[in-house]
Design a protein around this ligand. Structure first.
Ligand code: BDR
Ligand code: CA
Length: 313
């Protein structure tokens, strides 16, 4: 089993990633869920992660409050997509668990320090502020990390936050650059691949048909999300599930195809702020530092998502 920490900003698609990770105990030992400001405030993402654990009946999993803003610059939010509360008003049970006083950055450090070398997998699916600060605060954690599988960036496609940049990287480009320059094994689940993970009517219906409380909450969130996407993209109701791709990769990497290349983040103010500049043709002499995912078995992904959500009775 892989030891995994999910670092997130729930967030509608984050919610699905959390619910998957909480049901993946055959493949994943979920050490904890760290939260960060991103789609909505740090307070709201923390509350939502706790509520999702309550919904899942998994309040045994530590949930840690994380960074409240990006390293530099003003906060970028995605309330227009995820709703003011981050979950589009979906009713979730309030958490009854005692709050864990540890900060997300310190939790990341503690968990790595307690582990053997190359054993911790970290899945950031929001701005990478927590992980970057953990690496800066305690560089001795680096050899403990087996892999970072992050949702963020866009190598060859268009941005979804600005024409150049994907949301998670744009929201904290400096943090992303710290992680990209860390020398650890990095898998980038960017828009190049996640934009192929369409929530078709048929896939939505399969999740709806599960009929459990979890399925009700997920379909409420996905319905709201698809409506927002339909309004913004003039008619297409599909929308895509970005964040669950990271958990799916940890469970079954064969669902995805990618290539290793050099990637860096544009941290300069201007139209490309937060762009992940990817050397797709190998024209620079920079070493390849990231496996950039470009394709996936989208039907296989949705079979996995539906099967895992179906484990909730
Ligand atoms: C990413 O941005 C957020 O709004 C989503 O939760 C996802 O992590 C997609 O660009
Ligand atoms: Ca997210």
């Amino acid at each position: 089993r892989k030891k995994v920490i999910l670092d997130c900003d729930p967030g509608l698609d984050d919610a699905v990633a959390i619910l998957m990770a909480l049901q993946a105990s055959e493949d994943i030992e979920l050490l904890g869920i760290t939260t960060v400001a991103g789609n909505v405030s740090a307070e709201a993402t923390y509350r939502n992660a706790r509520a999702l654990c309550a919904l899942a009946g998994r309040e045994d999993v530590p949930v840690l409050r994380g960074c409240t803003r990006a390293i530099m610059g003003s906060s970028v939010r995605a309330e227009h997509i995820h709703g003011a509360d981050g979950i589009s008003g979906t009713p979730l049970p309030a958490s009854a668990a005692e709050e864990d006083p540890r900060h997300a950055v310190d939790f990341l450090i503690e968990q790595c320090q307690a582990a053997d070398d190359h054993t911790i997998t970290i899945c950031p699916v929001g701005p990478m502020t927590n992980l970057a600060l953990a690496m800066i605060k305690e560089p001795a954690i680096l050899p403990k990390i087996k892999q970072v599988v992050f949702m963020g960036g866009v190598a060859f496609d268009a941005g979804n936050c600005t024409p150049a940049a994907e949301f998670n990287i744009h929201a904290d480009p400096h943090a992303a650059q710290v992680v990209l320059q860390s020398g650890i094994d990095l898998v980038m689940m960017g828009l190049d691949v996640t934009h192929k993970a369409h929530i078709t009517d048929e896939r939505f219906a399969r999740i709806h048909a599960l009929g459990s409380e979890v399925s009700k909450a997920v379909t409420s969130m996905l319905a709201a999300y698809r409506d927002v996407i339909a309004q913004r993209s003039q008619g297409s109701r599909e929308g895509v599930l970005h964040d669950p791709c990271t958990i799916a990769y940890v469970i079954n990497p064969d669902l995805f195809q990618g290539r290793k290349m050099h990637v860096e983040v544009d941290t300069q103010a201007g139209p490309s702020l937060g762009r992940t500049v990817a050397d797709g043709l190998g024209v620079s002499d920079q070493p390849a530092n990231v496996t950039v995912m470009e394709d996936l078995d989208d039907e296989g992904l949705y079979q996995m998502i539906t099967e895992m959500l179906g484990r909730y009775k």
